[in-house]
Structures are given as C-alpha cells and as structure tokens.
Design a protein around this ligand. Sequence first.
Ligand code: NAD
Ligand code: UDP
Length: 340
Amino acid sequence: MKHSILVTGGAGYIGSHTTLALLEAGHEVIVLDNLANSSLESLRRVERICGKAATFVEGDIRDRALLDSIFARYSIDAVLHFAGLKAVGESVQQPLAYYENNVSGSVVLFQAMAAASVFNLVFSSSATVYGEPKQMPISEDCPTGTPTNPYGRSKLMIEEILRDLSLSEPRWSIAVLRYFNPVGAHSSGLIGEDPNGIPNNLLPYISQVAVGKLQKLSVYGDDYPTVDGTGVRDYIHVVDLADGHLKALAAIATEQGVHVWNLGTGQGYSVLQMVSAFEQAAGVTVPYAIVPRRGGDIAECWADPKKAAHELGWQAKHSLDDMMHDTWRWQQSNPNGFSQ
Ligand code: NAD
Ligand code: UDP
C-alpha cells in the first residue's frame, strides 16, 4: 500500500538511502532537512537512480510552525526520524547543541505529530545506548547502559521519552531501531557517506587513505581482549539498514506501543580485519599505525539480530566484501563527496 512518509534528515547518509528505498517501493516521500550535515545533491542523485523525486522542505525539526504547516499540507501516515547531530567528539565539546538538536528537536517533532494525530514513528537509535555491554551478542533485552558521551545520552533520552509518550497515549506505534555500524554505499556509486572534514569513523577514514586524501590510518589500540587486539564492531551495509526501515514501517502499521529492534548482521570484525578486507576489495594498500586507545571506545560489540529476523522478516544480505566494494566505488567516483 502506498503511504506518505515524512523523512526528517532525509538528505543525510542513511536518510538518503532510505528515501531511495521508499520511493522505489512506491511511497510518497517528504524530506525535511536543514542541510546542517548534508547537501541537496544527495536527493538529486536519488532521483537519478530511481526516476522519482522526494518533495524537499529545507528547514529544522525545532521549527514547530514549519512542522505544523507540513502536517497540514500533506497527509502524512508515518515519520522516519533521522534528523540529528551525530559526531561523538563534537558532542563532548558542544553538549548543549546536541541536547537541543537531538532531544529538544525530537520533542518538538513529537508534539507536532501528536497535534496532527500522526502516531507512527520510526526512530534512529544506536547500539551506543547499550553502553559497555556485559554479554555478546547484544540482544534487545540486554539492559541499556551508560553511554559515554552526550551524543549517546541524547539517543537514550529520546528512547525514554518515547516510552513515556506511548504510556500516555496508546495510539503511538513506535519502532526504535538500534543501528550497529552503518557502512557502504548504494551500488550505483551515486550516493554514499560524505563526512565533513576528517572522518571520525573507521571505513570513511580507510577509504580516504586509500584514495590518497589522508596519509595513514591510526588504529586506536591493539591491546583489547579481541581476536587480534583491535576493536571489533558489527558493520552493516546501509542498503540493508534502509530495508530494515521499510520492514519496521510495515510492522508498526499494525502494532501499537514501542518496539525495539537491533539492526546489525550478528558478525563482528576487528579493525585489522576491516583493513585487510578493504585492501583485498580495492586492490590497494592502506598504510596504518597502531596508536593508543581512543577514549570512550569499547572492546567489542555485535548484534543478536534474531528479533528483527523473527518479527520483521528482515536480515542483512550484503557481505563484508559488498560493503568494501560499494564504499570504494563511491569514494573513487566522488573523491570530494557531493561537492564536485
Ligand atoms: P547524517 O548527518 O548524514 O544525517 C542526518 C541529517 O539530519 C543531515 O542531513 C542533517 O543535515 C540533518 N539534520 C541535523 N539536524 C537537523 C535539524 N535540527 N533539523 C533538520 N535536519 C537536521 O547522519 P546519518 O549517518 O545519516 O545518521 C542518521 C541518524 O542515524 C542520526 O540520527 C544518527 O544519530 C543515527 N545513527 C547514525 C549512525 C551512523 O554511524 N551513521 C549510527 C547510529 C545511529
Ligand atoms: N577506529 C580506528 N581508527 C579510526 C576510526 C576508528 O581504529 O580512525 C576503530 C575504533 O577504535 C573502533 C572501530 O574502529 O574500534 C569503529 O570505530 P567507529 O568510530 O567507526 O565506530 P564506533 O563503533 O566507535 O561508533
């Protein structure tokens, strides 16, 4: 069935891949984005890939009057809420900007949704809410922990707000999607991750070293209790992640309350395994140096993805090799990201 979906942050990395998947599935998409960390070029490329366009509204989720006008103008069935700031280090430097954008912005969005009687919501959360995990793999019934930074805390706060909201008004149908480590790009090479400045995340850093923009990778610690001493994470292809949103959207159409789903592959890879998988896929050498651990990092983290498999009929399909090939194609064809 065709729906009208409001996608906040839809010009960004995960939002643009999900907008594409929604358009391909025949939905009408309205993107609201203030372009704080993205460019409209991503949505032009989405249109190039699928021949359909999302309606774009430039603006902020903190702008209540704008939200009210969007809900009045379009008959929105559900909101996919990606908008927010996501740089962990920056969140330590500027906590108020993070709480204002992520927490206050979400509150304004939820108020506008309630006023418009739109109660279907898919929220982008993160595995960071589990804090230092006590067991592996991490299933949804593992307790949430203490995130080590304001970014992570902002995600946990929003999750708690959503639980309170659902208790107060049973019409809310909410999917909380806890992403593990999103990587990769669309196989066309037209859309992908375009980090601002020097990347914080591993795979964008590796690919910028490979393309010659950065000199060498710093591997943050080789003394963790892991397979080779380097940090282990569950990397998930962004196209699989986008598909998870469509499945979650379908699930909440018939189920009220708050539902939490991990979106991960269930398989962890170390930093050095990632380097060598990338080198193999790209056919280039990635110079690296071992440096001290990065503050706030955990040793390892990977998902138990069974709940999403059982309840959503979703599982990640792309292999590590796909993630590497797609990242490399995107990086090579767009060495300067969306700004040519
Ligand atoms: P992104 O920065 O590429 O996308 C976020 C988008 O939101 C950007 O286009 C930005 O311009 C927009 N935005 C920011 N503040 C806004 C505001 N106040 N009003 C309107 N638009 C605003 O990030 P992404 O990687 O696509 O992440 C999407 C969501 O998923 C975020 O909420 C992020 O916290 C969450 N998440 C990301 C990761 C990851 O590693 N990429 C992991 C877990 C969770
Ligand atoms: N990492 C690294 N060098 C980098 C960036 C990341 O060694 O330049 C490591 C990091 O310590 C962690 C893994 O790569 O073990 C994934 O880090 P990323 O920042 O991509 O994601 P996180 O899981 O921290 O959100």
